[in-house]
Design a protein around this ligand. Structure first.
Ligand SMILES: [Zn+2]
Ligand SMILES: [Zn+2]
Length: 161
């Protein structure tokens, strides 16, 4: 549980209040992280063929996750990409682009400030989780991979002029 983190979202605040009421003390963050990591590693060793979500012992559907968690991860992705899509639809935000294929869409940092998120490990599903749990912060948009590429090429070209 993440009661050692600072309360950022509404849910975090509620959780912190709850823990306070229950008399749960804050733990040393570094120690807590290390314990957590070794516990997770041990779990993975004990359940090598199970779903990759910690604590889940369901068989794999395909890839790394069970059926329930495959659907959950997919629906989270749909929700986030829809929120940041053109007119709040599951679509690339690039002017005139009509790509709506979920497999071809991803989140783009509007101001190209994604380095920090990447450093903090916020890529793929953990970025979707972050955006969901922080009530959709500003500065993101849905783009197809072609237009992610196009944006990057244009930026580099403008930089070199
Ligand atoms: Zn699972
Ligand atoms: Zn596009």
């Amino acid at each position: 549980m993440r009661y050692d983190l600072e309360a950022r979202s509404f849910h975090d605040k509620i959780r912190l209040l709850l823990f306070k009421a229950m008399g749960v003390k804050r733990r040393n963050t570094e120690q807590h992280r290390a314990d957590n990591l070794s516990y997770r590693r041990k779990w993975r060793e004990d359940h090598p063929h199970g779903c990759h979500i910690h604590g889940c012992i369901q068989p794999l559907l395909r890839g790394k996750f069970c059926e329930k968690h495959t659907i959950m991860r997919r629906s989270r992705k749909v929700e986030v990409l829809t929120h940041y899509g053109k007119n709040k639809c599951l679509q690339c935000c690039w002017d005139g682009c009509t790509v709506i294929d979920l497999d071809m869409l991803s989140i783009d940092h509007v101001n190209n400030d994604g380095a920090e998120d990447r450093r903090k490990g916020r890529v793929g599903t953990s970025l979707y989780n972050y955006l969901l749990s922080h009530d959709y912060p500003e500065g993101f948009q849905t783009l197809c991979f072609n237009h992610q590429m196009k944006k990057e090429i244009t930026r580099k070209r403008e930089e070199s002029v």
